[in-house]
Ligand binder design. Structure first.
Ligand code: 13P
Ligand code: SF4
Length: 297
């Protein structure tokens, strides 16, 4: 299977991009593994004819928006992100009417239509930098209310309004104070993703995107309790075999686990499932993603 996938990649001039939460056997066959921001940056740079995104729908959509003339496929069509579904285009339009002076910052974990209605997009790697770059005092920020709280804490001079108020990721909000206590008993550091509840963020030693965790874990150091999707700890163990990383066994993103090696092979062979978006949505969303890329990581 692996040899076939490698041969198909070469024959089709394809690039395989995988998120840090993908199963390790998929990561091992990918040309790029990274967080949402790194995947977006690399998607823009690729010269491949075919881009296969092993992740969830919004990641494949971002790759397509940045490569409108290339074929972008996702091996499993219904690999979505429940967080993205918290925010609808109507919510953004209504909030803009209520807060005409506010800027609208939309997290990458959102639909293409939501991105098209934003002023600028962000990921967890650059949310603080993106918001800090804006002149507006009031910021409508969605759909993750915990990431919004993190940005608010980092930038107290801004007024961050979460849109909608309770948007969240079920994987990250599954981390509790009992997990903090258990991690403290084991010793070492707690490193959490900013999608975790604010009280978990406050108890953590470091808050980082998945790419930030990869960079932050480099070198020697004490054990890490990794408060994000459990595959992240597996990836860190592969990258840094000398270090100890603990995961929470039931912190699983079901959608990230839908893609198998057989699905990847079929996606390369049949060039499916192609991401199709309207030209208008792509053009408007590209502007807001490119504004984010100009701000940087
Ligand atoms: P990162 O941008 O940190 O990879 O996060 C994406 C995500 O879906 C977190 O759950
Ligand atoms: Fe979406 Fe949460 Fe899965 Fe990330 S971990 S893709 S935010 S459901």
């Amino acid at each position: 299977m692996e040899a076939e996938i490698r041969a198909l990649k070469a024959r089709k001039n394809a690039v395989v991009m995988a998120h840090n939460y993908q199963p390790l056997e998929i990561q091992a066959l990918a040309d790029v593994v990274g967080d949402s921001l790194e995947l977006a940056v690399k998607a823009k740079e690729t010269g491949a004819d075919l881009i296969v995104v092993c992740g969830v729908q919004f990641m494949a959509e971002t790759a397509k928006i940045l490569n409108p003339e290339r074929k972008v496929v996702i091996p499993v069509l219904d690999a979505g992100c429940p967080l993205a579904d918290f925010l609808t285009p109507d919510m953004i339009r209504e909030a803009r009417e209520r807060h005409p002076d506010a800027a609208v910052v939309i997290y990458a974990n959102s639909t293409a239509e939501s991105k098209a209605l934003a002023d600028i997009v962000c990921t967890s790697a650059n949310a603080v930098k993106v918001v800090a770059s804006l002149p507006n005092e009031t910021i409508l920020f969605g759909p993750d209310s915990n990431l919004a709280a993190y940005v608010q804490r980092e930038l107290p001079y801004k007024t961050i309004i979460p849109l909608p108020p309770g948007g969240h990721c079920y994987v990250h909000t599954g981390f509790t104070l009992a997990d903090v206590e258990a991690a403290r008993r084991k010793g070492g550091m707690i490193v959490c993703h900013p999608e975790c509840h604010p009280e978990i963020q406050e108890q953590s030693d470091m808050i980082a995107s998945t790419g930030g965790m990869v960079r932050g874990a480099a070198g020697e150091g004490e054990p890490w309790a990794v408060f994000t999707e459990r595959e992240m700890a597996s990836r860190l163990r592969v990258l840094y075999p000398g270090r100890v990383f603990y995961e929470k066994p039931d912190a699983i993103c079901g959608d990230m686990k839908k893609i198998s090696l057989a699905d990847l092979r079929r996606a390369l062979e049949r060039e499916e499932h192609e991401v199709i978006l309207s030209r208008d949505v792509m053009d408007r969303a590209r502007l807001t993603i490119e504004r984010m890329l100009a701000v940087g990581a």
